[in-house]
Design a protein around this ligand. Structure first.
Ligand code: NAD
Length: 459
């Protein structure tokens, strides 16, 4: 059993030793971590396959490859990112040299989910270390093979005083959350996000909350339906739909609904065959509890394609549901599985009625060739981030901050944004001594006009 308070106290002492402030030390940690991950590439594929039959191809594109890119990016740019950034002086600081220093927060807690169990645990860890923090990571208890491998990799590459993976479920997470942290980075459900936010509030700890929600996908009548169906068959059923930014439901212009459904059925069969259970490319649901949760959602739904469920093997076929009510089970919560409800709209008011029925989603997708409609849609609705004419791909560009808004999350990461997330911006003004303008000193009589002139000059 890990003694959490003792490990954290050692990490606190190590952080105070200033060793993690040394950029070359951080670089050496990141390089060793990369080496260890590269040498475990096959082991990572095999762990994810054992956990939920995730195909090697999907693990590469959505976990391993992204982690390696993030490591390469941090290793290449760390010296630049950590340099104090000079900013212009202001009237009040002049004469001065003003800088923003990137300061590590200190001791970080990272809690990860199961759906991209390698990526969502290691990616925040990379940027926490790059920014000069120590970290305790709790990977998901539902992906035992991957979490065990993560623990091993971290153990081999980082001293316990810098980073450690502590495996466990709710009890462990609760004990971790009871400690005092300098930053908490949580990825998971909205309901647990609230627990994390409450625990953080006790010590005024800053948090990033990467949560979920019901992400809509709007399709208007100007599109090439075959292309749209092809892209949706990829983005919705990747990872068996267990993706925080998967399209949760479709809202399509009513006059093209039928041909779209036919096109989507054809594409799903092309991807996974007539019996997706046999396909080596279609993962399983993470556990029986989630299969039963999804099965329950289908109870009051009109299934028009798929719908096969095998609880024993955690299998749910790619499934299409026709026109559910907004108060049906499937439209009440985030689906997080291979089930896609298809709703329709005719007017802007129909769209508003559906989208504003829910909290601000993590993603929104719009398929259209009508620029005015696209612009209006992405400006009008509030959501974490999104894509025009495809699904998910915004996640794969480290130059785009990734995070939710409102109930779908707080804060963002990916690439440099991740480094910034784990760094406090410390503003420092170094006053010059070569002059000491007397205008600010009392008595003020007769000085206001000069002050106003200076104010104008500097603003
Ligand atoms: P979850 O909230 O059940 O679990 C996430 C983590 O929290 C796990 O490590 C778990 O052990 C821990 N946890 C669970 N109950 C807890 C409690 N009571 N107190 C403290 N910690 C607790 O989420 P999940 O089922 O692993 O993942 C699915 C959810 O995560 C979905 O809602 C999905 O949208 C969301 N998600 C969001 C992102 C994102 O980047 N925004 C990415 C992946 C998943």
């Amino acid at each position: 059993m890990n003694n959490i308070p003792e490990i954290l106290s050692k990490q606190r002492a190590f952080f105070k030793s200033q060793k993690t402030k040394d950029v070359s030390y951080r670089l050496s940690l990141l390089k060793t971590l990369k080496q260890e991950i590269v040498s475990n590439e096959q082991a990572i594929y095999s762990a994810l396959k054992k956990d939920f039959r995730k195909p090697e191809f999907e693990t590469f594109i959505s976990e391993y490859g992204l982690v390696i890119s993030e490591l390469n990016l941090a290793i290449k740019n760390l010296k630049k990112w950590t340099k104090p950034k000079r900013v212009k002086s202001s009237m009040l600081t002049f004469p001065s040299r003003d800088y923003i220093y990137k300061e590590p927060y200190g001791n970080i807690l990272i809690i990860a989910p199961w759906n991209y169990p390698f990526l969502l645990a290691i990616e925040p860890l990379i940027m926490a270390i790059a920014a000069g923090n120590t970290a305790i990571l709790k990977p998901s208890e539902l992906t035992k093979h991957t979490s065990q491998l993560i623990t091993d990799i971290i153990q081999k590459t980082c001293p316990e005083t810098v980073a450690i993976s502590i495996e466990g479920g709710v009890e462990t997470a609760t004990e971790l959350l009871a400690q005092k942290w300098d930053y908490i980075f949580f990825t998971g459900s909205v309901s647990v996000g609230k627990i994390v936010a409450q625990a953080a509030a006790k010590y005024m700890t800053p948090v990033t909350l990467e949560l979920g929600g019901k992400s809509p996908c709007i399709i208007d009548e100007t599109v090439d339906l075959k292309l749209v169906a092809r892209r949706i068959s990829w983005g919705k059923f990747l990872n068996a739909g267990q993706t925080c930014i998967a399209a949760d439901y479709i809202i399509i212009k009513s006059n093209i609904k039928e041909p779209f459904i036919e096109a989507l059925k054809t594409e799903i069969i092309k991807r996974y065959g007539v019996n997706p259970k046999e396909s080596p490319d279609f993962p399983r649901i993470i556990n029986k509890k989630n299969v039963l949760r999804l099965a329950d959602m289908l109870e009051d739904s009109q299934v028009i394609f798929g719908g096969h469920i095998d609880v024993e093997t955690c299998y749910i076929a790619p499934t299409l549901v026709d026109n559910p009510n907004l108060d049906s089970k499937i439209m009440s919560d985030e689906i997080f599985g291979p089930i896609l409800p298809i709703l329709t709209y005719d007017t802007e008011q129909n769209l508003e009625h559906i989208i504003w029925n829910y909290d601000k989603p993590l993603a929104l997708y719009v398929f259209s060739n009508n620029d005015a409609f696209i612009k209006q849609t992405i400006k009008k609705y509030s959501f974490g981030g999104g894509v025009i004419n495809d699904l998910l791909i915004h996640f794969g560009n480290h130059r785009l901050p990734f995070g939710g808004v409102g109930a779908s999350g707080l804060g963002a990461y990916h690439g440099k944004t991740g480094f910034d997330t784990f760094s406090h911006n410390k503003g420092i003004s170094k006053r010059g001594n070569w002059t000491d303008p007397g205008v600010r000193y009392a008595p003020y009589k007769g000085k206001l006009a000069l002050l106003k002139k200076m104010f104008k000059y500097f603003s």
